[in-house]
Design a binder for this molecule. Structure first.
Ligand code: GLV
Ligand code: MG
Length: 301
């Protein structure tokens, strides 16, 4: 499986080709052209052509090139995959599959891609990310997380998930609702645990109030604290905030390297537990430190 930075995954409506360049130049780790909910149903088929042109002709630099296809319970799904992959060939890195309910939804896309890659003679495998945004998908998330070796990330989709659950809110912070803690705490925890257990990234939900950067930053920090590797952005102005929140700071990296040194020195002198600045350093702390240094290496920090 390809390991990638996905601190920010920026959504862009596939029908709005005038927005593509700004999205690609936003600094997002991944940009996806959205053939699903951000594109009107009447424009979804025509938008595939715009997507192919953008994937093939724009300069994406190091930005991960992705699309969100339509759900496999719609009549657009097979056309999205066949048309875009045939047109874009190796210029597509990731397909995001929305509203996944069970492992067989992932197999369906995986099998179609395998046939296409063989038929077209593609030299590169296309990766998958799935959205958990149906209550049924959350119930089956462990099996979904292991459904395909193409799977690179699981995204929590709070908007649709709230509707699926029958919840009366569809934003990440609603002061009108006096709910203790995180309204989506259970779902967020289930998604990140399933993702980490399967060795893939967990990505947090879109944050609809794009004119509230402070609240978005808090939401990023909370997701990062839980183990999420990144968050969706629905506006280019959110990208920088997510990139900062999901990058270890220089202080964190320096501390992590000191923890490793401290642990190794203790190990050499025959001890498993030691201390740094009044804090215990043992094998568990070494794992925390490794997580930080691995992320720093991935991000070139
Ligand atoms: C994303 O697709 C969501 O529904 O939140
Ligand atoms: Mg959705």
């Amino acid at each position: 499986m390809t390991v990638r930075a996905r601190r920010s995954e920026l959504a862009t409506p596939a029908s709005n080709d005038w927005m593509f360049t700004t999205a690609i130049e936003s600094g997002a780790d991944l940009v996806f052209l959205d053939l699903e909910d951000a594109t009107l149903p009447s424009e979804r088929e025509a938008a595939r052509g715009k997507v192919i042109t953008a994937l093939c002709e724009l300069d994406w630099g190091t930005t991960v090139r992705a699309i969100r296809m339509n759900g496999i319970d719609t009549h657009w799904a097979y056309g999205d995959v066949i048309e875009v992959v045939t047109g874009a060939r190796e210029a597509l890195d990731i397909i995001i599959v929305p509203k996944v309910r069970s492992a067989r939804d992932v197999w369906w896309v995986d099998i179609l891609l395998t046939q296409l890659e063989e038929q077209l003679g593609l030299t590169k495998r296309i990766g998958l990310e799935v959205l958990i945004e149906e209550t049924e998908g959350l119930q089956n998330v462990d099996e979904i997380a292991r459904a395909s070796d193409r799977l690179e990330a699981i995204i929590f989709g709070a908007g649709d998930f709230s509707a699926s659950q029958g919840a009366r809110v569809d934003t990440n912070f609603d002061p009108l609702i006096d709910f203790p803690g995180d309204f989506w705490g259970y779902a967020r925890a289930r998604v990140v645990v399933a993702a980490r257990a399967a060795g893939v990234d967990a990505i947090d939900a879109p944050f609809p109030k794009y004119q509230d950067p402070q609240a978005y930053g808090i939401a990023c920090d909370r997701a990062g604290a839980m183990g999420y590797a990144g968050k969706w952005a629905i506006h280019p102005s959110q990208v920088e905030i997510a990139n900062t929140a999901f990058s270890p700071t220089p202080e964190e990296i320096a501390h992590a390297r000191k923890v490793v040194e401290t642990y190794r020195a203790a190990e050499t002198s025959g001890r498993g537990a030691s201390a740094l600045d009044g804090m215990l350093v043992d094998a568990a702390h070494l794992r925390h430190a490794d997580n930080i240094t691995r992320r720093a290496d991935l991000l070139g920090l």
